[in-house]
Design a protein around this ligand. Structure first.
Ligand code: AR6
Length: 170
């Protein structure tokens, strides 16, 4: 599997799926979630509403897939990261679940490329360095289970997190 690190806006990434750092309502919010819904248009929210009607939202650590609307990506995988409460309330395991479940969902849909933002590292307050460790570690640990998914792209929104990812990815 190829792991790539880029600096930029995930809404502009041409991948089979981009991952959204959503909340459990799936009905939008700020940060990367707001940017994805703004750029992708109403089709994404409409698809999220159908999922909410069917299963009542999305729990922390889980992932669901929708259309990407007008985005250059083909699909959006929405996952809900943990809110950081100091690290002793299961946050690392829940963050790892987000990456693993997103990758497995991409695999189920036979997608070959997937782009991740730094889930939980914005308003949810997860310390970036620890989050990078979980992100890269979980992608590597899940690689053996994946046949279709060949390319994972970490999309960094600032140069500080880009440096952290590059150090880990090597
Ligand atoms: N492209 C790539 N990365 C981005 C972009 C972008 N366009 N915009 C922000 N980031 P956050 P969370 C980075 O707060 O912490 C929402 O309201 C940002 O710099 O978007 O998981 C949801 O609805 C940060 O590193 O997500 C939830 O309520 C990372 O994306 C809540 O925020 C994640 O920041 C989720 O909080």
């Amino acid at each position: 599997m190829e792991i790539e690190v880029i600096l930029g806006d995930i809404t502009r990434v041409h991948a089979d799926a981009i991952v959204n750092a959503a909340n459990s309502s799936l009905l939008g919010g700020g940060g990367v979630d707001g940017a994805i819904h703004r750029a992708g248009g109403p089709a994404i929210l409409e698809a999220c509403r159908m999922i909410v009607a069917r299963q009542g939202g999305c729990r922390t650590g889980e992932a669901v897939i929708t259309t990407a609307g007008r985005l250059p990506a083909k699909h959006v995988i929405h996952t809900v990261g943990p809110v950081w409460h100091g690290g002793l309330q299961g946050e690392p395991g829940l963050l790892a679940d987000c990456y693993r479940n997103s990758l497995l969902l991409a695999e189920q849909h036979r997608l070959s490329s997937i782009a991740f933002p730094g889930i939980s590292t914005g308003v949810y307050g997860y310390p970036p360095r620890e989050a990078v460790q979980v992100a890269v570690g979980t992608v590597r640990a899940t690689a053996d289970l994946l046949q279709c998914v060949r390319q994972v792209i970490f999309v960094c929104f600032d140069t500080a997190s880009e440096a952290m990812y590059r150090k880990r990815v090597g």
